[in-house]
Design a protein around this ligand. Structure first.
Ligand SMILES: [Zn+2]
Ligand SMILES: [Zn+2]
Length: 129
C-alpha cells in the first residue's frame, strides 16, 4: 500500500495496486496548474485509488473532458481525470511513499519553459500513451 496526502493533510489517499510509469509533463496547463517547470505524474486504476477527505477536493476542467483535482484549502494538485477512463493521473509530488515505479521520461517538451534546461542525458520520449 502506498500513501499520499496534500500539504495541509485534509486530503489523504491510499493506493492498493501498481503505479504506472512515471512521466514528466511540460505542457502549458501542467506548468500553470502546478506553478512549476513540469509535473510528474503516473496512472493508477480507479479501483486501486481511495481518497479520504473528499469534501476538500475541488476541480477545474483544464481542457475539454479533463478535470484537475486539488485541495481547496492548500492548493495541492492530487490527480487529474479524463472522462470515460478507468484510471486517474496521480500527481506524484503528493506521495508520502515511494511509488516503486520506473521513470518513463519527459513529454510535451515543445511547451517546455524557456528558463528550464533538461540535462542532455535525461530520458525523453514522444507523447501518445
Ligand atoms: Zn490540503
Ligand atoms: Zn501536462
Amino acid at each position: 500500500m502506498i500513501k499520499g496526502s496534500c500539504l495541509c493533510h485534509k486530503i489523504t489517499y491510499i493506493i492498493t495496486g501498481e503505479i504506472g510509469e512515471i512521466i514528466h509533463c511540460h505542457c502549458e496547463t501542467c506548468r500553470k496548474a502546478h506553478g512549476a517547470a513540469f509535473s510528474s505524474v503516473a496512472s493508477v486504476k480507479d479501483d486501486d485509488f481511495k481518497v479520504s477527505g473528499e469534501e476538500w477536493l475541488s476541480s477545474f476542467e483544464s481542457s475539454a473532458g479533463k478535470q484537475r483535482y486539488f485541495c481547496r484549502q492548500c492548493g495541492t494538485q492530487i490527480y487529474a481525470k479524463r472522462d470515460g477512463t478507468e484510471h486517474i493521473i496521480l500527481r506524484l509530488g503528493s506521495l508520502d511513499d515511494d511509488p516503486s515505479s520506473h521513470d518513463g521520461g519527459h513529454i510535451w517538451l515543445e511547451d517546455k519553459a524557456s528558463w528550464y534546461d533538461l540535462d542532455a542525458n535525461t530520458p525523453r520520449r514522444n507523447r501518445g500513451s
